[in-house]
Design a protein around this ligand. Structure first.
Ligand code: PMP
Length: 973
């Protein structure tokens, strides 16, 4: 057989059928049991369920040869003796004690083995590979490589088409099988370029025994708590060979691309994890992407070839299209970009040739010799100029630049994440990072060549020159040079025309560098498109943001119990309406912020605060209009009779004060509260805070004046279903009767009229009215905590208690009232308020301050003028309808709670047992963050996606969020 024939690897699979496999298992290995065929490109594999466990009978393709199969057995034994951090098959001896046998197939004798079965779920069925899973794959590839580093065997030296050292030959030999001429030519060209790139470093690559196929097809794993398959076993060593160590990683990376064909950077966690176990050197990093591309080329060439030979073998023909996706995903990333991105991710310095070009940049003369003073503008997320949604207007960058330039010069910053480049409601990272700078310069300003260069291209107003520093592209000129011309440093290139000027460098003239890139891409592209500051005589580079360091500082200075969302949070520095923006300029739909009820960055609110802050802000003992006017409006919103207001600074204070008022007014200490509730952190509000999620010891540590009743949760509580109101109400009645009979009738009953802490669970019909009747019958007062659910958020009602046709005696309000400004209130009757005077006077310095009251009134104006309550009703109804559809499609969606824009999507592992899908909920929140949505778990079991966005959430953004949720539910998380 010629070398080419071997590479083509055309032997059909062994003709051993299931009956024969069962016979062999019994006869050769003494194992009786049912057999089932497992898919394979070239071998025959049968699962054998023997009495002592599951095994795999393998009949090797005739092309492998016995030494190769012996090598596999030896490698498996070698690994079993060395690395126990991952699972791999172990050869099982036959009745004769041998580990390798032969089976006749026609004229051939084929190698036969029995191996232990590696338990686990395949990864190939998983659509979305989370970063942790991708990292697991990289780590597995590295651990296999590390375990084999000292393994040797004569059978390793075989010619196999999957050995990437031979990829060029393999592709060339298989190319004719690609019937489409366009595709064929593309594969040939791409493989050729990759081969050339690889040739420069191939001699420096480490060679050893490698697995060669650590891919989604060949690994299995176990589900973690969140239900993600975490690879921990390698099942097939059929491609074991001697090759480049880094080829193992390339194969793994290519396999990740199958899952993320449009986002190749998603393979980076595999590279980082590999590097953690087996550090990559310069040659490896340079070789990696060419090898990934070659792997893609071999996959498609071989797949096309195999499907010609064996059109009925599904395991060869099935994956062909996804192999083409791998190929395209790999080839569309230029080698330099891939290498720079990997170097940046691994925190390695730029490649040597890139460093040389950058040094040449620094030695250049001035690009605009006559310009000495350039104003630098800020277009970042924190730019003061980009308020009031101004960043969304197309002309903003230009306007800001021109305003800063006046009659002189102004420039944007290099490597800045421009807020002006963000996109709202987008599931992918925006291209926000500037790889060049834009300038405004006086018309007629001369541009000169900074170095001896060649004018490569003059295209309209764009002049492109190449030199040792790479490529310089200047647009916005009236050119004075022509293409092909050599120019000495200082030669005029042209003069500035009427419009803006753009300047960009790229060390590699062959690269078509974009003007902007993503946060993921910027590390690599920064290496390739250097800072043009030296040419402009002004510092234009933005130093890279380090949210992780800021978080460390936060953790060092703040109490640990003062939590933050997300383990590795993005740095959020701006909000606009229902969007949050991080320092990369990535926009997220804010689905958690009921505090920012009228939306973030509201200009009307900002103006009102600004005006009042300049007039007066003081304690509430002074006489000023704002406190009266706001309190009148608040009282007018409350039901008849609730006409007296106390102003404080927070929900906790409001609840604390409400309980003190009730205790004073009734002269009783005892309070009835519901389980699983949150009411605040101050002494009294904490006493009725019973959520074990917030405080695991809550139930055992309540003061004796707090009496608990069941959480009236119709979905998973003690009584279930819409008709459970009377049962829950009876429980309260029995409790009140009992404590009253013990001489401790309650001062108050407190609860949220929609169970916000449980994720917006609606109280059952009749419950609240019945409980209020009971409490009043025994002389107590009824407190409605509307801190979360009140103030118009429910859309169909202003107050949640209106749903139940009741009128509380005391209402607590906060959050939405101040749109983030500390502001809370207690609203009650004049008589109850007066009774509180028995405790002396009441005074809260900043509660009801002029600024807070102006905020309160302006928030009310905005809610009214922008019809935000009606919006909450309409958009809320829309979300409920879509979520209900999702419930029909995805069993994990157990219930949709709430009303308007206070909603909860409760996730369960089982709809019968209602086992909470807690880890899944957290993982889904992480996935939604990747897609551009901020949502958090809530509820006692942290298994409810809480949906309580600013009330200005639009239908479009709501649809976007639901699309993202469906993506996560469909493809995994
Ligand atoms: N009551 C309820 C129902 C709440 O949800 C909260 C806060 N989540 C509070 C009171 C306490 O409000 P604050 O955080 O403003 O003190």
């Amino acid at each position: 057989m010629s070398r080419d024939d071997v590479l083509l690897e055309v032997s059909p699979r062994p003709a051993v059928d299931g009956a024969r496999a069962a016979e062999l298992a019994a006869g050769v290995y003494g194992v009786d049991g049912p057999v089932r065929e497992l898919g394979s490109h070239q071998d025959r594999n049968y699962q054998v369920d023997g009495p002592d466990g599951r095994l795999v009978l393998k009949v090797a393709n005739r092309s492998w040869g016995r030494p190769a199969v012996e090598a596999q057995n030896a490698a498996l034994l070698h690994i079993a003796a060395r690395d126990t951090t991952f699972h791999a098959p172990v050869p099982v001896a036959g009745v004769d004690g041998a580990l390798l046998h032969e089976v006749a197939d026609g004229d051939d004798l084929l190698p036969l083995r029995l191996l232990t079965y590696v338990e686990g779920e395949p990864l190939s069925d998983v659509g979305y590979l989370a970063p942790v899973v991708v990292a697991d794959l990289g780590s597995l590839a590295a651990r296999a490589g590390a375990a084999l580093v000292d393994f040797d065997h004569p059978g390793l030296d075989r010619v196999v088409q999957w050995d990437l050292r031979r990829a060029g030959d393999v592709v060339a030999a298989l190319l004719p099988s690609i019937s489409d001429p366009g595709r064929r030519a593309l594969v040939a060209e791409v493989a050729h370029d990759a081969g050339e790139r690889l040739a420069a470093v191939a001699g420096r690559l480490r060679v050893q025994a490698i697995h060669g196929d650590v891919t989604d097809d060949n690994v299995v794993g176990h589900r973690d708590d969140a239900g993600r398959v975490r690879p921990d076993g390698i099942i097939d060593f059929g491609d074991l060979t001697r090759s480049w160590l880094v080829a193992d990683l390339a194969v793994t990376v290519a396999s990740v691309l199958r899952h993320h064909p449009t986002e190749p950077a998603r393979a980076l966690p595999a590279v980082l994890a590999f590097h953690d176990v087996v550090p990559l050197d310069d040659a490896d990093v340079a070789a990696l992407w060419p090898l990934v591309v070659l792997r893609g080329a071999v996959l498609v060439a071989s797949g096309e070839h195999q499907s010609l030979l064996d059109p009925d073998n599904e395991s060869a023909t099935g994956p062909l299209e996804s192999e083409w996706r791998i190929f395209h995903a790999a080839r569309t990333v230029p080698f330099d970009v891939a290498e720079a991105t990997i170097r940046d991710a691994l925190r390695l310095d730029a490649a040597t040739r890139v460093r040389a070009a950058r040094a040449a940049v620094a030695s250049g003369g001035p690009l605009f010799p006559a310009v000495s003073d350039i104003a630098v503008v800020d277009l970042s997320v924190t730019s003061a100029a980009l308020h009031s949604g101004r960043f969304l207007a197309a002309a903003t960058e230009r306007e800001i630049l021109h305003a800063a330039a006046g009659s002189g010069a102004a420039a944007t910053r290099y490597a800045e994440a421009r807020l002006t480049r963000t996109s709202l409601d987008s599931p992918v990272e925006p291209d926000t990072y500037a790889l060049g700078v834009d300038l405004v310069l006086p018309v007629g300003t001369e541009a000169a060549a900074p170095w001896d260069s060649t004018v490569t291209r003059v295209d309209g107003s764009t002049v492109v020159i190449d030199s040792a520093a790479g490529r310089l592209t200047v647009s916005g000129l009236r050119p004075a040079v022509t293409g092909g011309q050599d120019v000495a440093a200082g030669t005029p290139l042209g003069v500035v025309g009427g419009g803006e000027v753009r300047v960009q460098l790229c060390v590699d003239p062959a690269l078509d560098a974009p003007h902007f890139t993503t946060a993921t891409g910027v590390g690599g592209w920064r290496m390739l498109c250097p800072d043009p500051s030296p040419l402009l005589g002004v510092e234009l580079a933005v130093s890279a943001d380090d949210p992780a360091r800021l978080l460390e500082r936060r953790d060092e200075v703040l109490a640990r119990v003062q939590e933050h969302y997300y383990a590795e949070p993005m740095r959020i520095e701006r909000g606009w309406r229902h969007h949050l923006l991080d320092t990369d300029g990535r926009a997220y739909v804010d689905m958690v912020n009921n505090v920012a009820a009228v939306g973030h960055g509201h200009p009307r609110l900002a103006d009102a605060v600004d005006r009042q802050m300049r007039l007066l802000n003081t304690n509430s003992r002074f006489h000023y209009a704002a406190i009266t006017e706001f309190s009148e409006r608040l009282a007018a919103l409350a039901p008849d009779g609730l006409d007296t207001v106390f102003l404080v600074n927070s929900g906790s204070e409001a609840v604390d004060l409400a309980l003190r008022i009730a205790q004073t007014a009734t002269g009783r200490p005892d309070v009835v509260a519901v389980r699983e509730a949150y009411h605040g952190w101050t002494m009294l509000s904490d006493a009725v805070t019973t959520s074990l999620y917030d405080n695991p010891t809550a139930l055992g540590s309540r003061p004796d004046w707090v009496h608990l009743t069941s959480a009236p949760n119709t979905f998973r509580g003690r009584f279930r279903g819409a008709g459970s109101g009377p049962d829950y109400a009876l429980e309260v009645r029995e409790l009140v009767e009992r404590i009253a009979s013990e001489g401790r009738p309650p001062a108050a009953f407190i609860c949220e009229p929609v169970f916000g802490n449980a994720g917006g669970v609606m109280l059952p019909e009749g419950y609240l009215s019945s409980v209020y009747d009971t409490v009043r019958e025994f002389g107590g007062l009824c407190v409605a905590d509307e801190v979360q659910v009140g103030y118009g958020r429910l859309g169909h009602h202003w107050w949640a208690f209106e749903l139940h046709g009741v009128r509380p005696d005391i209402v607590t309000v906060a959050k939405a009232m101040g749109n983030g400004q500390p502001l809370g209130a207690v609203i009650t009757t004049r008589a109850i308020a007066d009774a509180f005077a028995a405790q002396g006077s009441f005074f809260s310095s900043a509660g009801g301050s002029p600024v807070s009251c102006v905020v309160g009134s302006t928030v009310l104006d905005i809610i009214e003028d922008e019809a935000l309550q009606a919006n909450a009703a309409a958009v809320g109804d829309r979300i409920i309808a879509r979520c209900t559809t999702l419930m029909g499609r995805y069993p994990i969606v157990g219930a949709v709670h709430g009303m308007g824009l206070y909603l909860g999507v409760e996730l369960v592992r089982d709809r019968e047992s209602l086992e909470p899908a807690t880890a899944e909920c957290s993982a889904i929140c992480d996935r939604l963050r990747e897609l551009g949505v901020v949502v958090q778990p809530t509820g006692e079991r942290a298994n409810v996606l809480k949906i309580k966005p600013p009330m200005c959430l639009t239908a479009e953004s709501a649809d976007f969020v639901l699309e993202c949720l469906e993506t996560a539910l469909r493809d995994g998380w």
